[in-house]
Design a protein around this ligand. Structure first.
Ligand code: SAM
Length: 289
C-alpha cells in the first residue's frame, strides 16, 4: 500500500478528469485498480487534510486512464472488472459489460417470486459474464439455475464469476444455441430469462466506437430487425417452461410492443411491458398459459 496525502490525490484526480472521460469510468479505475472506493472519496472530500492508501501508484493509474481516453476502450475491459448490483465481476472483451439497466431484471424476478426460500428452477439464456444468473443463484439459495451461452470463452468467465461470488453449487453452465443445451429440462422450468442480442443491423453499424470496436458482436447484433434471437427464444420457450412458468426478456428501446405480440402469438398470458429507470419499455414478461 502507498500512502499519499488527500490533497495531492485530489489535485491529480482533477487533472485526469480535465483530459476527458466520465466520472463513473474514473471511479471504476480508482476502485478496481487503485483500491479507492466511493466511500473513501467521500471521506476525503469532507477531510482533505487526511491520507489515502493506494494499491498502485498514480503513474500506473494515469497510464490506464490515458489508454482508455486514447483508444476509447471501456475502462472495465482495461481493469478486467466491473461492478453490477452488489457483485464485482471479471470481464474481458469476450463478454458484454453488463449494463446498469439490466440490473432491474433481478428486481422483476424478486417481484414475482417473493420468497427467497423458494426452490426455483430457472434458466438464463445467453449468460455472458454470468451477472444475472449469479445474482439469482445467490439471492435464492435453494434454487437451481442453468446458465447457457453459445460462446465457450464467455461461459468460462461466467463460471469464474460464480465461483468467486459464491460458495454454493446451485448454478450450472451449458454451452450451445439458445434452448438446445437444455433438451433434458423440457417442461421443468419455473422461470427463463434472457437479455439476448437485440440491436438491429443498421443501428449496430452506427454504434459508438467504444461499443462496436470492443464489445463482442455476438452479444449485440440481433439480425436485420433485431428480433431474430428474441423470436427464436419465444417460439421454443413453451417447450421448456412449466405451465404458468415465466419468461422475462430484455429488448431494445422500441421493441417491447413487437415482443408482446410475439408472446401473445405463442400463447403467453399475463404479459407486461416493464419500464427501466429512464421510462423505456425495456423488459417484456409473460407467463406460459
Ligand atoms: C446481450 S448479451 C447478454 C449477456 C448477459 N446476460 C448480460 O445481461 O449482461 C447476449 C449473450 O448471448 C450470447 N449469445 C449470442 N447468440 C447466442 C445463441 N445463438 N445462443 C446462446 N447464446 C447466444 C452472447 O454470447 C452473449 O453472451
Amino acid at each position: 500500500m502507498l500512502s499519499i496525502s488527500a490533497e495531492e490525490f485530489l489535485c491529480w484526480k482533477k487533472k485526469q478528469l480535465s483530459k476527458g472521460g466520465d466520472h463513473q469510468s474514473f471511479a471504476v479505475l480508482l476502485d478496481c485498480i487503485g483500491g479507492i472506493s466511493t466511500s473513501d472519496l467521500n471521506l476525503i472530500s469532507i477531510n482533505p487534510k487526511g491520507k489515502l492508501n493506494l494499491k498502485k501508484n498514480l503513474g500506473f493509474l494515469e497510464s490506464i486512464w490515458n489508454e482508455h481516453l486514447l483508444k476509447s476502450c471501456p475502462i472495465q475491459y482495461l481493469c478486467g472488472i466491473t461492478f453490477w448490483r452488489d457483485l464485482k465481476l471479471k470481464v474481458t472483451n469476450k463478454v458484454l459489460i453488463p449494463r446498469p439497466e439490466t440490473e432491474l431484471i433481478v428486481d422483476i424476478v424478486f417481484n414475482i417470486f417473493r420468497k427467497k426460500s423458494e426452490k426455483l428452477f430457472f434458466a438464463e439464456l445467453g449468460t455472458g459474464s454470468g451477472a444475472i444468473s449469479v445474482a439469482l443463484a445467490l439471492a435464492y439459495p435453494f434454487s437451481e439455475g442453468l446458465a447457457t451461452d453459445i460462446d465457450k470463452d464467455a461461459l468460462e468467465i461466467a463460471t469464474k464469476n460464480y465461483i468467486n461470488s459464491s460458495k454454493q453449487s446451485n448454478l450450472k453452465f451449458y454451452c450451445g444455441n439458445w434452448w438446445s443445451p437444455l433438451e433434458s429440462f423440457k417442461g421443468k422450468l419455473d422461470l427463463a430469462i434472457s437479455n439476448p442480442p437485440y440491436i438491429p443491423k443498421d443501428i449496430y453499424e452506427k454504434l459508438p466506437k467504444e461499443v462496436k470496436d470492443f464489445e463482442p458482436k455476438l452479444a449485440l447484433l440481433g439480425g436485420e430487425d433485431g428480433l431474430k434471437h428474441l423470436r427464436e427464444i419465444i417460439q421454443k420457450a413453451p417447450l421448456f417452461l412449466k405451465e404458468k412458468g415465466w419468461l422475462i426478456l430484455e429488448n431494445h428501446f422500441d421493441q417491447a410492443e413487437k415482443v408482446k405480440q410475439l408472446l401473445i402469438k405463442n400463447e403467453f398470458t399475463s404479459i407486461e411491458i416493464v419500464k427501466d429507470l429512464s421510462g423505456i419499455g425495456r423488459f417484456t414478461i409473460g407467463r406460459y398459459k
